[in-house]
Design a protein around this ligand. Structure first.
Ligand code: HEM
Length: 147
């Protein structure tokens, strides 16, 4: 991501941090409205889940200028998500819910530029996670061939 986009993402995320629990709740509302079946994948307490999600987005936002470190954390997260039953199309639903949440939380400051910067961030995050999940599936399949 370009330095300018990184800056836009950081400044806009800082505006959401004081309302992180509400933003997380709104995110899951948006997600389950768009795709009610996804609710079944979540087993734990949704408030805790929301806090973890916001923390992870915060970590990603602060690691944006260290893409190698970020990518390695995201690959591990992606591999764990395959174990939670998360499939590739779900990433598009999560991306959509995230953008709707940012729009509601940021209001007028969610400009086209800010939106594009978040699209670039989510693209990087979801690609790293999906690549890791695919690699895990391939190595599990080849391990099975030798059983
Ligand atoms: C931006 C991408 C995403 C981020 C940053 C993210 C973040 C997280 C974090 C931090 C956890 C806590 C557990 C752990 O660290 O392994 C988690 C769990 C989980 N996430 Fe995600 N996630 C993302 C995408 C998705 C997508 C696309 C889905 C599909 C609906 C999903 C569904 C889940 C589920 C089902 C759990 C486990 C919940 C449970 O234990 O009940 N996540 N996620």
């Amino acid at each position: 991501m370009h330095a300018y986009d990184i800056d836009l993402v950081r400044r806009s995320f800082a505006k959401l941090e004081p309302i992180a629990p509400q933003a997380a709740a709104l995110f899951y509302d948006n997600l389950f409205t768009a795709d009610p079946a996804l609710r079944n994948l979540f087993r734990g307490d949704m408030r805790e889940q929301g806090a973890k999600l916001m923390q992870m987005i915060g970590a990603a936002v602060s690691l944006l200028d260290q893409p190698e470190l970020l990518s390695s954390a995201l690959r591990k997260l992606g591999a764990r998500h395959a174990g939670y039953g998360v499939a590739e199309p779900h990433y598009a639903s999560v991306g959509g819910a995230l953008l709707r949440t940012l729009q509601a939380g940021l209001g007028e400051s969610f400009t086209v530029e800010v939106r594009n910067a978040w699209v670039a961030l989510y693209d990087f995050v979801s690609r790293s996670m999906i690549d890791a999940a695919r690699a895990e599936a391939t190595s599990a399949a080849s391990a099975l061939r030798y059983v």
